[in-house]
Design a protein around this ligand. Structure first.
Ligand SMILES: [Zn+2]
Length: 227
């Protein structure tokens, strides 16, 4: 790994590192992570801060966050970044509006990912992902550019997708939004799974979903919409 294209100012560096640790812990506290699986990142300057590989959320310290360029150049004297840094970097390169990413192996999303079943518009809250469907990105080995490319393709025009035989990934204009989307993806996956178990659900039509999107645009404290 080469020395460094990411410039960090000391104060925002510390603040961003603390925010990353809090988001990683929240992901774990909400039951989205299993052991050290899953990773969280946020965009900083020309690069990103990402969780290190192999450190569980409740053990991670702010100084262990890994600062790196979107192409994998790392600052020296750091831990190794999450093996999924390719995926995070590729998304930030393709989607300038995205500021934070949560990737996890949450149970129900992973069940559907292993069955390669996309989540349809069974519940109107799917609109939070910016789409009427949570698709499944094609299978590729974890930590590869092939997986990164497949995920970027499936995320086009939306904030979340499943990764075949792997898990889920959710985007946001902030760590809080990415977490919120990840929580919703898990809930929608559980609902889809449950309806499948009782004979199947009834999907909303595109017209019904269009109405939901209009209602969402004036609902709650929606800020920084990405799609
Ligand atoms: Zn993973």
């Amino acid at each position: 790994m080469t020395d460094i294209t990411v410039e960090l100012d000391e104060n925002s560096n510390l603040e961003a590192r603390e925010a990353l640790v809090l988001a990683y812990r929240e992901m774990s506290a909400r039951g989205l992570g299993v052991g050290a699986s899953g990773n969280v990142s946020q965009r900083i300057n020309s690069g990103m801060l990402i969780t290190p590989t192999g450190i569980e959320a409740d053990q991670m310290l702010p100084e262990q966050a890994v600062a790196m360029s979107l192409n994998g150049d790392c600052m020296v004297n750091q831990l190794l970044p999450s093996s999924e840094w390719h995926m995070h970097g590729a998304i930030y390169r393709e989607r300038p509006e995205v500021q934070a990413i949560v990737h996890c192996h949450s149970r129900y999303a992973t069940i559907l990912a292993c069955a390669r079943k996309a989540v349809p518009a069974l519940h109107y809250m799917i609109a939070i992902t910016g789409s009427n469907e949570i698709p499944v990105a094609s299978y590729a080995t974890f930590g590869t550019d092939s997986l990164a490319n497949a995920v970027v393709d499936s995320l086009r025009g939306r904030l979340a997708c499943l990764l075949a035989n792997h898990g889920q990934i959710s985007l946001g204009c902030s760590l809080q939004q990415a977490l919120k989307v990840a929580v919703e993806v898990e809930e929608l996956s559980a609902i889809f799974w449950g309806t499948q178990a009782i004979g199947g659900g009834h999907c909303l039509s595109d017209a019904e979903m269009d109405e939901v999107k209009v209602a969402f645009s004036g609902y709650g404290q929606q800020r920084g919409k990405l799609v």
